[in-house]
Design a protein around this ligand. Structure first.
Ligand code: QAP
Ligand code: CO
Length: 168
């Protein structure tokens, strides 16, 4: 197992569109386990492959209290079930130290494949729904800061660029 390096905003690689996963082999399984380990080690509730510079449509998440309910979603998509929206203070391992309120559809139906390639469906609401949508956004090169004001986004960018100069 390995801890992978997480890209940070405004790294342009976070803007790449991920390609579908077509091969479900041992190499993919190793990567999934590394992604899960990286998410747990960083104390995140979700992590998309894009965030570790792997541009494949795959993400992991675990919104459980005891961190014992990992979900692996490969080639995920979702359908909005109700028009109702819900607000959460979102953060992101690629935007460390910043949280902003984002509004998204509250109830969704997720379709994806598991690590063996079998189809799965999942009804999600609340934090799970928000987290799945946030992570699928990563696969499309989107970040939660795209939903906040340009002024706030610019401030976050400047603060992170300053931190990154110190540490790289
Ligand atoms: C996405 O985010 C999410 O700034 C997952 O210093 C977040 O796991 C979906 C984290 C909130 C729904 C609601 C962020 C850890 C983790 C930080 C995360 C930090 C340490 C963020
Ligand atoms: Co994120």
């Amino acid at each position: 197992m390995a801890i992978l390096q997480i890209l940070e905003f405004p790294d342009p690689r976070l803007r790449k569109i991920a390609a579908p996963v077509t091969v479900f082999d041992a190499e993919l399984h190793v990567f999934i386990d590394d992604l899960l380990e990286t998410m747990y080690e960083a104390e995140g509730i979700g992590l998309a492959a894009t965030q570790v510079n792997v541009h494949k449509r795959l993400l992991v998440l675990d919104v459980s209290e005891n961190k014992d309910s990992p979900h692996v979603l490969i080639n995920p998509s979702f359908e909005v079930i109700e028009d109702e929206l819900t607000e959460y203070d979102e953060g992101c391992l690629s935007v460390p130290g910043f949280y902003e309120t984002v509004s998204r559809p509250k109830t969704i139906k997720v379709s994806a494949q598991n690590r063996s390639g079998a189809s799965l469906e999942l009804n999600a609401e609340g934090i799970l729904s928000t987290c799945v949508q946030h992570e699928i956004d990563h696969l499309d090169g989107k970040l939660f800061v795209d939903y906040i004001s340009a002024l706030k986004r610019t401030r976050i960018r400047h603060k992170l660029e300053k931190d990154q100069k110190k540490t790289t």
